[in-house]
Every structure is written in structure tokens, then in C-alpha cells.
Design a protein around this ligand. Structure first.
Ligand code: ZN
Length: 118
């Protein structure tokens, strides 16, 4: 299977729009979004609001991570290195790119990195 960079690029750009929209939505839903997060939480703060806020933070961090991946892939497309592993420079399997277009490492490098992260 041949990968089509321009269709992947538009797919990833759409994905980026979705992530941006999700972050904006999250911020609106965050019960603490209108208050300064550096402020110490008052003891009277509603526990439900607090756990809601924590969920938002976790989700937002995940979305930011996705965004970072997307930006890295878009940069690689621009450079013309899309589809090559950012670590060992080998070609990333087309099947892998079809399943996960934001892959910037080959399967074996990603596995190695997951191990070192743990
Ligand atoms: Zn690799």
C-alpha cells in the first residue's frame, strides 16, 4: 500500500483542529476555569468541583500530548522526512502509518522508548 502524504497531512490537520476544539471545550467545562489555578483551594470548595477539575487537568494533558505529536508529524511532513523513524531513520511500515498516521518512530524504536520510560 502506498501512503499519500497530502491526504495524511489533511487528515492530521483535521485531527489538530479536533484537539484544539476539545481543549477549548474542556476549558469551558472546567469548574475552576474562571479562577486562578495557583490559588490555594479553599476548604469549603465543593469536592465534586475539585474532582471535576482534576479530570479536566488529566484530559487536557493528554490532549496537549496529542497536539505535540501532531505538531511533530506536521513538521516532519514539511521537512520531507515523514514516514522515516525519528530515531533510527529507517522507513516506518506503511501499515503502521495507515493505522496511526502520527507515528514518528518505527515499532521497534517506540517499544524501546516505552521500556525506558517505565
Ligand atoms: Zn526506529
Amino acid at each position: 500500500m502506498k501512503i499519500d502524504i497530502s491526504s495524511i497531512k489533511s487528515k492530521i490537520e483535521r485531527q489538530r483542529e479536533n484537539v484544539f476544539a476539545a481543549i477549548r471545550r474542556l476549558r469551558r467545562e472546567d469548574p475552576f476555569s474562571t479562577t486562578d489555578r495557583s490559588l490555594i483551594v479553599e476548604p469549603a470548595t465543593d469536592a465534586a468541583a475539585l474532582s471535576g477539575h482534576e479530570q479536566v487537568v488529566v484530559l487536557e494533558n493528554k490532549l496537549k500530548h496529542d497536539l505535540l505529536e501532531i505538531e511533530r508529524v506536521l513538521a516532519k511532513i514539511k521537512e520531507g522526512t515523514y514516514g522515516t523513524c525519528g530515531n533510527c531513520k529507517k522507513k516506518i511500515d506503511d501499515g503502521r502509518l495507515a493505522v496511526k498516521p502520527v507515528s514518528i518512530y518505527c515499532v521497534s524504536c517506540e517499544k524501546k522508548m516505552e521500556k525506558t520510560r517505565k
